[in-house]
Design a protein around this ligand. Structure first.
Ligand SMILES: NC(=O)C1=CN([C@@H]2O[C@H](COP(=O)(O)OP(=O)(O)OC[C@H]3O[C@@H](n4cnc5c(N)ncnc54)[C@H](O)[C@@H]3O)[C@@H](O)[C@H]2O)C=CC1
Ligand SMILES: NCCC[C@@H](N)C(=O)NCCCC[C@H](N)C(=O)O
Length: 264
C-alpha cells in the first residue's frame, strides 16, 4: 500500500473544509449529511481515541493530528493517546474510548468497542468517494448521468465499483493491469473501457491509483466531475482548467469520516 507522507498531509485541514463545500455544491449534501444518508447512522457523543502505531514504517508526521482534526471538525470528542501501540490501546480503553482509530502499514481501521463494528479505510474510502459521484447532480445534457468511468481496480477502486453497480450505474473500468481488468470483468457486470477501440468521454470519473496523469483529455467533457482518493492527483491542472473539471480529492479526512459512520 502506498503510504502517506507528511507532505501529503500538509494542507489536509484546508482540503477537508474545501472539499466539504464542493461536495455540498455537487450533491446538496454536506459530507456529514451524505455519510448519515448512506450508512443510516449518526454520532451519539462517542469518545474517539487515536492510537499512534510504531509498527512497520512507524509514525507518520501529523497523521494522528489529522485524524484528531477530522474527529473534532465534525463535532466529535477525540484524543490522541500519549502512549503508542499496546500501551496506547490500554490508555484508550481506561480513558473510556468508545471508538479506536489506528493504522499500521497494512491497515487503517476504526473499531467501535461498544457495538463491535469495525471498518477498513480502503473499503470506506472507495464507498464514500463513489457515493459522492452517485449523488452529484447530472450534467447539463443529463443523459450520461448514469455512466461512470472507474480508473484503478485495487483495494479502493473495487469497493467503489461495487457501490456504483449497487446504484445502477453503467460502470466502465480501466486498469493498467489487464489481468485485473479481466478478473473484475469476470466477477462484475462492467464494461471494459478501451480508449482505442471505443473512445468515450464521461461526466463522472472515479480514480484510485497511485499515479499522476491517469485521466487523459479523451475521457473528459466540459464540467466533468472527478472523485479521486488517488494520491498524487491523477489529472493535470491544465485539463482541470480547460474542461472546468470539479475535483473532489483529500488525503485522509473524507475516508476517515466514512469509517466513523460505518461503525456508529
Ligand atoms: N485519499 C484517501 O483517503 C485515500 C487514498 N488512498 C490512495 O488511493 C490510491 C489507491 O489505493 P489502493 O486501491 O489501496 O491501491 P492498490 O495498489 O490496491 O490499487 C491501485 C490500482 O491502480 C492500478 N493502476 C496503477 N497505475 C495505473 C494507471 N496509470 N492507470 C490505471 N490504473 C493504474 C494498479 O494496477 C492497481 O490495480 C493510492 O494512491 C492510495 O494512496 C488510499 C486510501 C485512502
Ligand atoms: N489515506 C488513508 C490511507 C492511509 C494509508 N495509505 C497509509 O498511509 N497508511 C499508513 C498509516 C501509518 C500511520 C502510522 N502508523 C501512525 O500511527 O502515525
Amino acid at each position: 500500500m502506498a503510504l502517506l507522507t507528511p507532505e501529503d498531509l500538509a494542507n489536509m485541514t484546508d482540503a477537508l473544509v474545501e472539499n466539504d463545500r464542493l461536495i455540498t455544491e455537487l450533491t446538496t449534501y454536506s459530507l456529514d449529511g451524505l455519510c448519515r444518508k448512506i450508512y443510516g447512522t449518526a454520532p451519539a457523543k462517542e469518545k474517539v481515541a487515536i492510537i499512534p502505531i510504531t509498527a512497520g514504517g512507524g509514525i507518520i508526521g501529523s497523521f494522528s493530528e489529522s485524524l484528531l482534526f477530522t474527529v473534532q471538525h465534525f463535532g466529535m470528542d477525540g484524543f490522541i493517546t500519549e502512549n503508542t501501540d499496546v500501551a496506547g490501546w490500554y490508555e484508550a480503553v481506561t480513558k473510556g474510548a468508545d471508538i479506536i482509530l489506528m493504522a499500521d502499514d497494512l491497515a487503517y481501521i476504526a473499531h467501535n468497542l461498544r457495538n463491535g463494528k469495525i471498518a477498513h479505510n480502503q473499503i470506506c474510502t472507495g464507498r464514500i468517494y463513489a457515493e459522492i459521484l452517485c449523488h452529484a447532480k447530472g450534467g447539463k445534457d443529463g443523459g450520461d448521468d448514469k455512466d461512470v468511468l472507474v480508473l484503478g481496480l485495487g483495494k479502493v477502486g473495487t469497493p467503489a465499483l461495487e457501490t456504483f453497480l449497487n446504484e445502477k450505474f453503467n460502470v466502465y473500468v480501466f486498469d493498467v493491469d489487464s489481468n485485473r481488468v479481466n478478473e473484475i470483468a469476470s466477477q462484475y457486470p462492467v464494461f471494459k473501457y478501451d480508449s482505442e477501440k471505443e473512445p468515450k468521454s464521461f461526466f463522472k470519473i472515479f480514480e484510485a491509483t497511485p499515479c499522476p496523469d491517469t485521466i487523459s483529455e479523451s475521457v473528459l467533457k466540459q464540467n466533468s466531475i472527478v472523485s479521486t482518493p488517488g494520491i498524487p492527483l491523477g489529472i493535470s491542472d491544465e485539463l482541470i482548467e480547460k474542461y472546468n473539471v470539479r475535483v473532489v480529492q483529500e488525503p485522509l479526512g473524507i475516508g476517515t469520516l466514512s469509517m466513523l459512520y460505518a461503525v456508529f
